[in-house]
Structure formats: structure tokens, C-alpha cells
Ligand binder design. Structure first.
Ligand SMILES: Cc1cc2nc3c(=O)[nH]c(=O)nc-3n(C[C@H](O)[C@H](O)[C@H](O)COP(=O)(O)O)c2cc1C
Length: 455
């Protein structure tokens, strides 16, 4: 259901929207001050009541994640809060909009988050090329510190909080939380084996919570409204609460970031907010960043069984299913970052998959053999097909290689490569076969994506 909200984006686009003056005029930092007089348990319960699912991709309940941190801080084992603003997922640009548009929401969220998990230090990990985002965050931290909202006694309360911005070098794998922690420590950005989980041994070997930037920037709003009220904004309450940032890009007329109540549909995102498909008809959507399997526009929901979570949508278009962590899992894909990439019927799915697989081969950190070698195999097989030299056997080989990456790597990068590959092959089998038969000289021809859609 399309319900625009402005709990997170009220100050977006306002000339001084990123300044402390404007943030305070809108009631900023009242919740941080309040949080410092609350117990950790009260804060965690508020977050649990909000039913906020992490906005970084996996959709894990944020309050539950906070509750994994040890209830008391052991001597010599400080707790850390780490904010993930690496945002390397193709098609995803929501955290950047937040850092640039309203950096104080993140700083205030960090104060509340630190209190909730027993930490005194928060690191915001931002990829290096986001210069404006980093500048705005640092400026916000300086302003908050000068006002006495950060430091040894924020708001005069004896609970020190410091927030730092840390630049990442710009590697997709460093968005994976344990690679991020390695990178933060100055090590190679390679994933760690879990367990131990970050809540047991994270940054510098200490108990750590890693939250996505949008997740933490939402905390002041959920505190202001109260967890329960915040949850009820969503049409998927109580499974998933609140409002969130939706992104849409690719072949749409008005790409951008829009804040809406949780439960928006892809049709609303593409046509009402994205201004409709640019230069053609809708072919398919990658729903939440390139790691999430593609949905065809002509797909219908198959949930004939009453116990199926999507039974209410049985026979309807996948475009009309509310976008939720669980609903999209039921569709055989993932909600991911909630930033959709739209493909018009002028796009060639073979070339789109080739483009994605080149990205994954380039970004594989190389630590796990199935991912390092498999992503290269996928790219080379697609090189052959795209060059017009592919065979039907190559399609089977693509399947085999993707399946041998799945489940055989330390981190989810492997699945993030294999799942979209398998999704393209399943949903566009006929187009792949046609491409191979005609050497790419078919209707969805090899030039289709190479040429940007007409302006
Ligand atoms: C390859 C890979 C890249 C990821 N990139 C990001 C990212 O850029 N930002 C992010 O918040 N989470 C990313 N994640 C998910 C994080 O590992 C982690 O789940 C998330 O930061 C937790 O925050 P949340 O619970 O608030 O969603 C990535 C995961 C993988 C496997």
C-alpha cells in the first residue's frame, strides 16, 4: 500500500537540512538525551517493539541483534557499535542519501545505539569515494561535540560516547560485516569464519554490534513515535514495522529514493514513485540490489496451499505483493536493500547477467576457492555466449558452476553471486537459448543494453 512518510527524510533537499540548527529545530537529540536516562533493557525492548528489520540486506530484527550483546560489560572487554555504510551493492544508494541529507539522525542513532548495547565508541564505516557523505558526517559529529552531545559527558550524563568516521577503500566485500571489521582493524578485507559472531568477538576482538546506516538512522524516529506506534505504520505489522527508504533506478523515468511505510509494492515503486518504465515496457525487476534474484514482470504468485505465507496473493502479479523480508522470500527472491533495478523490454537479459557476473568476479576477495574460481568461470562462460560462440551445454555449465558456489564459501558473497545467476537462467531460459541459437542476433540483441535507453 502506497503511504508516503517523512520520519526519515523530512530534511532531505532543504538547503540547511544537514545542519545542527535545523535538526534541533525539528526536535533533534531529544531522544538521545532521553536514551541516556533509560536502561539498556528498556532501549532494546523499544527497538523490539518497533519490529525494525535490519536495512542492510539480511533483514534481521534489530532489537534481537542488540539483545545478543552481553548484559554487562566485562572488565577489559569494551563493547563497540559499528555502522555499515559501505553500500557497494549495485543499484543501492539509500544510505548515501541519508548521510548527505540528514547526518545528525545517524549521529543521534549512534548515541542511542551505544547506550543500548553498552558501548562508548561507534565507528561509521563509509566507502572512501563518498566524499560529501563523509564530510557531512564529520561536520555533524563536530557540531554535536561542540554542543556537548558527544564526549565524556553527553548532555551532562556520565556516559561517554565518541563517534568516528572510518574510510573504507571501496571494496564490495567490505560491506560484509566481518570483512568490514577486518578492514576497520587495518587488515585485509576478507570475511571471518562465524562463530564467533561479532557480538562475541567483533572489532578488535571485542563484543560488537554491526548495524546498517539506515537501521541506526531510523532509531531516533522510532524512539520519538514509540516502538509500537512506529511498527504500526507498516502494512506488514507486526512482522515488519515502520517506514523505510525505497530506491528505484534503471529504466524508470524518475529514479530516486522515497520514504514509505513498509509494505509498498513493486508496481507502486516503479509506476507511482519511479514515474513508470523508460523507453519500453516492463520486462523484469531486480528487487533489492544485484544479489537478489530477478523477478519477471509477467510472473504470477504461486501459493495454492493455504499454509503458504503468500496464499492471499495466489494468482496475482508478483508486482502486487507487499515488499517485505518474508513476502519476498516466499517469492523465491529477497528484499535485500529494498532498492530495485528496473529492466525494460529493450534490455537483453543475457547482457545484463554478463554485466553482473563481471562485477562479482572483480569483487570476489579470493579467499574461498569456489567463489574465486567459480565467479571467473561464470564470467568466462558468459564471455563466450555474448561473443556469439556459446553452446547449449554452456547453459548447463553455468548452472553447475553456480550450484557449486552455493553454500561452499565463508560468507554470503558466494550466494550473492550464484543466486542471481541461477535466477537469470531460470527466468530467461528461452531468451538464453535464443541468444545462443542466433549468436546474439535475435530480437533482444547484443546491442540492446550496450546502448543506453533513449533520453
Ligand atoms: C557481500 C556482502 C556485502 C554486503 N554489503 C553490505 C553493505 O554495503 N551495507 C550493509 O549495511 N550491509 C551489507 N551486507 C550485510 C552485512 O553483512 C550485515 O548483515 C549488515 O550490515 C547488518 O546490518 P543490519 O542488521 O542493520 O541490516 C553485505 C553482506 C554481504 C555478504
Amino acid at each position: 500500500m502506497l503511504q508516503r512518510t517523512d520520519h526519515l527524510t523530512k530534511r532531505y533537499g532543504i538547503p540547511d537540512g544537514f545542519t545542527l540548527t535545523r535538526y534541533l529545530a525539528d526536535g533533534g537529540y531529544v531522544q538521545a538525551r532521553r536514551a541516556l536516562s533509560m536502561t539498556r533493557e528498556e532501549l532494546v525492548n523499544e527497538c523490539k517493539a518497533a519490529n525494525l528489520r535490519g536495512r542492510g540486506g539480511a533483514g534481521f530484527p534489530m532489537g534481537v541483534k542488540w539483545s545478543f550483546m552481553a548484559p554487562t560489560v566485562a572488565p577489559g572487554r569494551p563493547h563497540y557499535l559499528v555502522i555499515n555504510a559501505d553500500e557497494g551493492e549495485p543499484g543501492t544508494f539509500k544510505d548515501r542519501s541519508m548521510m548527505e541529507g540528514d547526518p545528525h539522525a545517524t549521529v543521534e542513532g549512534c548515541i542511542i545505539g551505544c547506550r543500548a548495547i553498552g558501548a562508548h565508541v561507534a565507528y561509521i564505516y563509509v566507502r572512501d569515494e563518498l566524499h560529501l557523505a563523509k564530510d557531512r558526517l564529520w561536520a555533524a559529529i563536530r557540531e554535536a561535540k561542540a554542543k556537548g552531545f558527544l564526549g565524556a559527558k553527553p548532555f551532562g550524563v556520565d556516559y561517554a560516547v565518541e563517534v568516528y568516521v572510518h574510510s573504507g577503500a571501496g571494496a564490495y566485500i567490505c560491506g560484509e560485516e566481518t570483512s568490514l571489521l577486518n578492514s576497520l582493524e587495518g587488515r585485509r578485507g576478507e570475511p571471518r569464519l562465524k562463530p564467533p559472531f561479532p557480538a562475541q568477538a567483533g572489532a578488535f576482538g571485542m563484543p560488537t554490534t554491526v548495524n546498517n546506516l539506515e537501521s541506526i538512522a531510523t532509531v531516533p524516529a522510532l524512539m520519538r513515535l514509540g516502538g509500537d506506534n512506529f511498527s504500526k505504520i507498516s502494512s506488514l505489522h507486526p512482522k515488519e514495522g515502520g517506514s523505510r527508504l525505497y530506491g528505484v533506478s534503471g529504466h524508470v523515468n524518475t529514479p530516486g529514493i522515497f520514504e514509505c511505510a513498509v509494505g509498498l509494492t513493486l508496481r507502486e515503486l516503479i509506476y507511482d514513485l519511479g514515474g513508470g518504465v523508460k523507453g519500453g515496457e516492463l520486462l523484469a525487476v531486480i528487487p533489492g540490489g544485484s544479489s537478489t534474484p530477478i523477478l519477471r514482470a509477467d510472473e504470477l504468485v504461486e501459493a495454492p496451499n493455504e499454509s503458504h505465507p503468500l496464499h492471499a496473493w495466489h494468482g496475482m502479479s508478483v508486482l502486487d505483493v507487499p515488499m517485505g523480508v518474508e513476502t519476498f522470500r516466499g517469492l523465491g527472491t529477497m528484499l535485500g536493500t529494498c532498492c530495485a533495478t528496473v529492466l525494460s523490454d529493450k534490455a537483453c537479459p543475457v547482457l545484463a547477467m554478463h554485466n553482473l557476473m563481471r562485477f562479482y568476479r572483480h569483487e570476489s576477495c579470493g579467499q574461498c576457492t569456489p567463489c574465486r574460481e567459480g565467479s571467473g568461470w561464470l564470467e568466462r562462460l558468459l564471455d563466450t555466449i555474448v561473443a556469439g560462440n556459446g553452446t547449449m551445454d554452456d547453459l548447463n555449465r553455468l548452472h553447475e558452476v553456480a550450484n557449486s558456489i552455493m553454500g561452499n564459501t565463508i560468507c554470503a558473497f558466494g550466494e550473492g553471486t550464484a543466486m542471481p545467476a541461477l535466477g537469470f537462467l531460470k527466468k530467461f531460459r528461452r531468451e538464453f537459448e535464443e541468444y545462443i541459437r542466433t549468436g546474439g542476433r535475435s530480437s533482444t540483441n547484443r546491442l540492446a543494453l550496450a546502448q543506453p535507453a533513449a533520453e
